[in-house]
Design a protein around this ligand. Sequence first.
Ligand SMILES: [Zn+2]
Length: 337
Amino acid sequence: MDDEVSRLHMDALVVDTHCDTLKCLSPRFTHPRDSMWDDRSTLGFGERSSLGHVDIPRLREGGVDCQVFAVSSARERAPPYPLRTALEMIEVFNRECERNPETIAPVTCHREIVEAVEGGRVAAMLSIEGADVIEGELSMLGVFHRLGVRMVGLVHSLRNLLADGVTDRRTGGGLSELGVQAVEEMDRLGVIVDVSHINDAGFWDVMEVARGPVIASHSNCRAICDHPRNMTDEMIVALAEGDGVMGMNFAPSFVHPTRPSVETMVDHMDHVVELVGPDHVGLGSDFDGIPSTPVGLEDVTKMPSITVELVERGYREEDVRKILGGNHLRLIKQVIG
Ligand SMILES: [Zn+2]
C-alpha cells in the first residue's frame, strides 16, 4: 500500500458503528449456522485470534479508533431471557475493557472518544441491537443508558413489542405506541436511534417521531443490492435530510449478490455520496456477525483497503476522513454530546 494512503488511514479517526463481537465473547451464545461463532470467551479480547473478525490487536492493526459493540438478543439467536442476556453481554464488555486498560477504553460521549484515541486506546461504545432486551419496560432504557449504552435499534429481524423487523415486510407494520414512546425516551436520554433492521414502515415512523438525527448503523443501498436490509434511495435522502448517517455493512448478501468485494462495497458509498453528498456515510462492518466476508475485507485488519479504494476513486482527503469516521463522530457529538 502507498505510504501516504496508509498514513491517511492510520491518522484518520476511524469509527465502525456495528460489530457482533460480544456475541462471540459471551459463552452462552452459540450460533446455529456457522462454526465462526466458536466460543471465544476463554480466549479473551486482548489476544490476537485467527477466529472471527475482531479483537483488540486486529482493531489496532486495522486502524479502527472507535468501535461500537452491539448487545444483541434476537430470539433466533439467544436464549429466551433477553434482559439477562443483554446484562451478561455488558458484563463481558466491561470485563474485557478492565482486562485491557492499556489498549481499550469504554466511552459514552464524544469527548471520551477523543481522549481514548489521544491516549492510544481503542474507544469502545455499547449499542443495543433489538430492544427486545428492555422486555417492554421503557424504564430499562434509562438503566441501559446508565450502563453506557448510547445507541439502540428498536428491533432486530423479528417483530417485537416496539416495531416490526425487516423479515416482517408482509405485515407492513410501523411502530407500536410503545415503539413511539421508546423513540421519545431515547431522544430525552441522548441515545442514538438506530434504524438498521427495522422494516420500511417502521423506518418512516421513526423519521416522523425522532427529534434528532438517526443512524442506520449497518445498512447499505437497495438501489445497488436489492435486499430488504438495505435502504431505498427515498430512505437515504430522508435520513440525510435529518442529518443522519449510515454505516456500510460488509455482509456479502447486502453488498453484491454474486461479487461481494471491497470494490462493490465502496460502490454503495459512491451511491450514497451521489445521492446526498459525503456527509452521511460511514462504516458499520457487522464483523463477527456475518458468516462470510467480501473479498478484500476478510477481517478488521483489512479496513485500510477501503481507504485505498476511496483514494483511487478520487475522493478528496477531507471526504475520506468524513467517511472513515468524521460523519459518525458528528452524529455522536450532536445526539449524545
Ligand atoms: Zn445486525
